[in-house]
Write a protein that binds this ligand. Structure first.
Ligand SMILES: *Cc1c(COP(=O)(O)O)cnc(C)c1O
Length: 217
């Protein structure tokens, strides 16, 4: 696979779903990929990238930003409260807001910094113990709480359980978003992004299908 193949598949999925071409933001997930692979994708003009660790992102993106204009960085991994400042300085979008303590930390720093990345609330649609995210039953209240803090909540994000039909989780996420008046849906990865687009994804997070297997994982 390559960047252009993935973009073509996204265009087709948009058309099949009766959606406008270009509706879906492709986030190229570059975690643990060698710089040369990331650079090749930047050279092709792509600008939206996803990282799941703040420290790793800090190591590689300031340098790329000096060389390439208009990079949009999406933080898609769990965020610890002691890394919030760095995350907010680095990322344009944070997809993993999932608890009140984190919401309060972001709100406090947004005041101080006078800016805030766009935010997606992560929902643990599979109710898995080991996975981050607010439980589906608690999502409405948490969304309300984040809005009361004046946080720029744009949508919801999920990572379905590996052994379950992801469409069910995408549909659940879309339902929670709709009843809360949220338009953003960050869902779908290499193996299921077309399904996610059919169910309303606005942001798909695709790693290995663009870059190849992750070497260090
Ligand atoms: C790694 C990762 C992806 C990309 O996974 P692929 O299967 O390589 O496309 C998407 N979302 C999150 C949250 C990830 O951590």
């Amino acid at each position: 696979m390559s960047l252009s193949d993935i973009k073509n598949r996204i265009r087709k999925a948009e058309a099949d779903a009766g959606r406008t071409a270009g509706d879906v933001c492709l986030i190229a997930v570059s975690k643990v990929q060698p710089d040369a692979r990331v650079e090749a994708v930047l050279e092709q003009g792509h600008r939206n990238f996803g990282e799941n660790r703040v420290q790793e992102a800090q190591g590689k993106w300031p340098g790329f930003r000096e060389r390439f204009e208009g990079i949009e960085l999406h933080l898609i991994g769990p965020l610890q409260t002691n890394k919030v400042r760095q995350a907010m300085e680095l990322a344009n979008v944070i997809h993993t807001l999932d608890r009140p303590k984190l919401a309060k930390a972001i709100a406090r720093l947004a005041q101080e910094m006078g800016q805030c990345p766009d935010l997606f609330i992560q929902v643990n649609t599979g109710e898995e113990d080991q996975k981050a995210g607010v439980m589906p039953m608690a999502a409405d209240d948490f969304i309300t709480e984040c809005r009361a803090l004046d946080l720029p909540v744009r949508g919801l994000m999920c990572i379905p359980p590996v052994d379950e039909e992801s469409a069910l989780h995408f549909a659940l996420l879309a339902k929670i978003a709709a009843r809360n008046g949220l338009s953003g849906l960050s869902m779908g990865m290499s193996s299921d992004f077309e399904k996610a687009i059919a169910l309303g994804a606005t942001h798909v997070r695709v790693g290995s299908a663009i870059f190849g297997d992750r070497v260090a994982e």
